[in-house]
Design a protein around this ligand. Structure first.
Ligand code: 9MJ
Length: 677
């Protein structure tokens, strides 16, 4: 045997210690210290050292087992067939290598048929059904012994307590993943932030933590879901001969399997599936960290067998990690349009969730304090779906000496006005208003944006220069700009200056809802602006309305009404509006809304998702609004209907969690036609 250099032995010991520590934090405490990507890196390094120096391998090496033994609280549950994990691949070459090994072992020259399925990021679970009755739910634990969590599993609504139909084995052990859909996860964390309690790092930990609650009452309150992905053993009637048919059978017996699965052929089929699903990854309702390929023929699976911790017939092909470690280089405060100041971490750039991230939000001062993020810290950054990258936690073990806790600045970092934090509010604000260049820039960006005044070519870079050179202070000033002034700016020539002037001229013809939205009144988004316009029909009536009268408009509560009042009471704002109108900004007269003659869909809130065939989304919106209904952008408790077209986005899953009524296109058309009568 090759002699093992001392440095290698030391490195292996260090890696084992780090991996063991990470395992403990992950499996026992449900509080991971490092992201999976970092764990995988350490694990692979240890594996590669051990394969180079086999003398390093010891029975207690983390490479020799799946997780850690369960501790306390729950009864232990043995797995008659071990619950294994999966080997990982990070490239097409590694997938090809896997396929080659499979064919070699099977002495098979043709293309292997695989079942390809999303790899869900949750907690693995084993469910035992005896004579169709759910008798045991168990976590994976160390793969051989897990924890008995039957009571908790029974609270998950997508897990049937009794199987449907017939033909299932007398004893059926189903394996699958308990996970938390993203909408539920974000809602849970939002509530935790509001209540000032601890947030979960990611949906997977939230799912694992929820499953291991000692009191099932708490599990029941968590939005958990379940997809089956396999069967361990069955007594009685035998199972189908292929993996995909077994999953189909499970769905006939009332279990859920991920609908995104597909039977594919050879490496090409696998990779095509990987790429297609990768393109949809950000719009799925749940987190996935890769796809899994499984040899579809059960006979072939049996011939291939297992290695110590993973089946030889399956492979996880991972996507770019959604969590990475990096370091915090600075913590800065960003000033928004309404003066809200938000802590932002400037990071050593890191590739996460498919893009390079160098800034991440820290939400607000309370959240920052709770996580205790400091300059110099090693942190976990998460970027999942379309969500803004965020710092989720600090890797405490890696904090350098002499760091300082971050404090809320007393002066605005941009204009030096006082920073004010209203008692009970999470957000701190700069009190500078339009004196503050940051707020001015943000107000102008908002004013010019596509859904507001839609001024093409007036982007952030131009606005920054206009404000910094004192050419523009308020939105009214932009209509006084000349071609000569614009042509002087960086990134501008005569021609683009001329185009911008033309765009400014075009933008003067607008609509009342767009104009109201463009003013940037706090809490007045597009939907509220549109409701106000419809309800009051003219800007003058809105300006003259009392707080009570404003609240007669749909979607306007006392807080929003107060913001509207406060905005119009400012003389300064009145002047800006006056100047805008003098510059020629105008909109068509609206029919006076017949406020007292309620539309048939009055008070009903709709959300649209997916593609409609017979009309565009904006036509649908118009028709709903014409009958008094309201269309908003995201699903909440208050949503009455989700209109669901083809290829719906994550709103569908969210609507399902709120049990919102779902209308397909024909149902919407029927409703609109019926109500229009
Ligand atoms: C997940 N996590 O979605 C397996 N998995 O199969 C799928 N995990 C698995 N399959 C055998 N889809 C062991 C683990």
């Amino acid at each position: 045997m090759t002699a093992i250099p001392e440095a290698v032995r030391k490195r292996a010991t260090k890696l084992r210690d780090e991996i063991e520590q990470a395992n403990y934090r992950y499996y026992v405490l449900d509080e991971p210290s490092i992201p999976d990507s970092e764990y995988d890196r350490l694990f692979r390094e240890l594996q590669s050292l051990e394969s180079e120096y086999p003398g390093l391998v010891s029975a207690d090496s983390p490479t020799q087992r799946v997780g850690v033994q369960p501790v306390g609280g729950f009864a232990t549950a043995e797995h008659a067939t071990p619950m294994l994990s999966l080997d990982n691949a990070f490239s097409t070459e590694e997938v090809a290598e896997f396929d080659r090994r499979v064919r070699e072992r099977l002495s098979y020259d043709g293309n292997v048929t695989y079942s390809a399925e999303p790899k869900l990021d949750g907690a693995a679970i084993s469910l035992t059904y005896q004579d169709g009755l759910l008798v045991r739910g168990a976590t994976r634990g160390d793969g051989t012994v897990g924890e008995e969590v039957t009571h908790n599993v029974r609270t998950i609504r997508s897990i049937p307590l009794r199987l449907h139909g017939r033909g299932f084995p007398t004893v059926l052990e189903v394996r699958g993943e308990v996970f938390m859909p993203l909408a539920g996860f974000e809602e849970l964390n939002r509530k935790a932030r509001e209540a000032g309690t601890k947030t979960f790092v990611n949906p997977r930990n939230a799912a694992a933590g929820s499953l291991r609650q000692l009191d099932p009452k708490f599990t029941a309150e968590r939005p958990l879901d379940f997809f089956a992905y396999g069967v361990a053993h069955g007594d009685g009637p035998s199972l189908a001969p292929t993996h995909h048919e077994i999953l189909d059978n499970l769905t006939e017996w009332g279990l859920r399997a991920c609908p995104e699965r597909r039977v594919v052929t050879g490496v090409d089929g696998c990779v095509e599936f990987y790429e297609e699903l990768g393109a949809q990854r950000n719009s799925l309702a749940y987190d996935i960290d890769g796809v899994v390929y499984k040899v579809d023929e059960i006979d072939q699976q049996e011939a291939l067998g297992y290695v110590s911790r993973a089946p030889r017939w399956a492979l996880a092909h991972k996507y770019p990690a959604q969590e990475q470690v990096t370091t915090v280089e600075a913590i800065e405060w960003q000033v928004g349009r309404t003066g809200a100041i938000t802590p932002v971490a400037r990071l050593t750039p890191v590739f996460v969730g498919g893009v390079t991230v160098s800034n991440a939000t820290l939400h607000n001062i309370d959240d920052l304090r709770r996580k205790d993020v400091r300059v110099g810290d090693t942190v976990i950054v998460r970027r999942a779906g379309d969500v803004i990258p965020e710092v989720v936690s600090v890797v405490g073990e890696r904090r350098p000496a002499k760091t300082k806790a971050v404090r809320l600045p007393r002066k605005c970092p941009v204009c030096r006005s006082d920073v004010l934090r209203v008692e009970g509010e999470a957000v701190a604000r700069c009190t500078g208003g339009l004196v503050c260049a940051a707020q001015r820039k943000e107000a102008l960006r908002h004013f010019a944006s596509r859904r507001a005044m839609d001024i093409e070519g007036l982007g952030a870079k131009i606005i920054d220069q206009l404000v910094e050179q004192d050419l523009v202070a308020t939105p009214a000033d932009i209509y006084n700009l000349t071609v000569e002034q614009l042509a002087e700016l960086d990134r501008m020539g005569e021609k683009s200056a001329g185009n911008l002037i033309e765009a400014l001229r075009n933008s003067k013809e607008t609509t009342l809802p767009k104009f109201l939205y463009a003013l940037g009144i706090r809490e007045v988004g597009e939907a509220t602006a549109s409701n106000l316009a419809r309800h009051f029909a003219s800007l003058e009536s809105i300006e003259a309305a009392s707080s009570e009268e404003l609240q007669d408009a749909p979607d306007v509560g006392p807080v929003v009404a107060e913001h509207i009042r406060a905005f119009f009471e400012q003389r300064h704002n009145q002047e800006v509006i006056q100047k805008l109108r003098s510059a020629g900004v105008h909109w068509p007269d609206l029919q006076k809304a017949r406020a007292d003659q309620a539309g048939p869909l009055d008070g009903k809130t709709f959300v649209l998702t997916g593609t409609l065939d017979g009309m565009t989304r904006s036509e649908a919106k118009k028709r709903i609004e014409a009958l008094g209904g309201k269309v908003t952008g995201s699903v909440s408790k208050k949503t009455d209907y989700l209109v669901c077209g083809r290829d719906p986005g994550s709103k569908l899953a969210k609507a399902e969690t709120f049990r919102t009524e779902i209308l397909d296109e024909p149902a919407l058309v029927t409703l609109l036609n019926d109500e229009a009568r």
